[in-house]
Design a protein around this ligand. Structure first.
Ligand SMILES: [Zn+2]
Length: 176
């Protein structure tokens, strides 16, 4: 028989349901297996009948909940007996709500990680900005700095006394 195990549920003995396996007729209250048949209809089965009829199924993990046998609330027990489709629809709604919660948590986590990355990048940029210029950087603008010193102060920038001014102008050019 083809089918999909939707849920494994449990009810009080007083609320037991009849196993729908042909010729079984047992009432079950523990580990009631709710199965969606290949034709779309739903069926409930005891463990033994489920194994007999659906033991070949590749996936024996239920779509909703764990396989441990979820204990139903009073409202759910009523649905199981009277309108199994509605019970499954409720399981589906819960399932979707859980997925949505997980998605929101993931998104929030991603936002946190993103802002941590941005903060780290800002710190690196700030450290880079505060770093003193390297000799290579200084010499890359030295000619220009000397031209500025020569023009601004009308002095010979190659004379030893003006080295400090040249370096100061070089730093300004480098933005440091
Ligand atoms: Zn049975």
């Amino acid at each position: 028989m083809s089918g999909q195990l939707l849920a494994v549920v449990e009810v009080d003995k007083a609320d037991r349901v009849v196993c729908q396996a042909e010729g079984c007729g047992h009432s079950v209250y523990r580990r009631i297996h709710v199965v969606r048949h290949g034709d779309g209809s739903l069926g409930v089965y005891g463990s033994d009948c489920f194994d007999k009829l659906f033991g070949h199924l590749a996936t024996k993990t239920p779509t909703y909940g764990s396989g441990d046998g979820r204990e139903l609330t009073a409202a759910e027990r009523l649905m199981l007996a009277e309108n199994t489709e509605r019970l499954i629809a409720q399981f589906e709604a819960e399932h979707q709500a859980l997925l949505e919660q997980a998605r929101l948590r993931r998104e929030q986590q991603e936002r946190l990680e993103q802002s941590a990355r941005e903060a780290a990048a800002r710190r690196r940029a700030e450290e880079e900005r505060r770093r003193p210029p390297t000799p290579a950087e200084l010499s890359s603008v030295e000619r220009e700095a000397k031209a500025i010193v020569r023009q601004k102060y009308s002095v010979d920038p190659d004379a030893p006394g003006w080295r400090g001014l040249v370096l100061a102008e070089a730093r300004k050019l480098l933005g440091r």
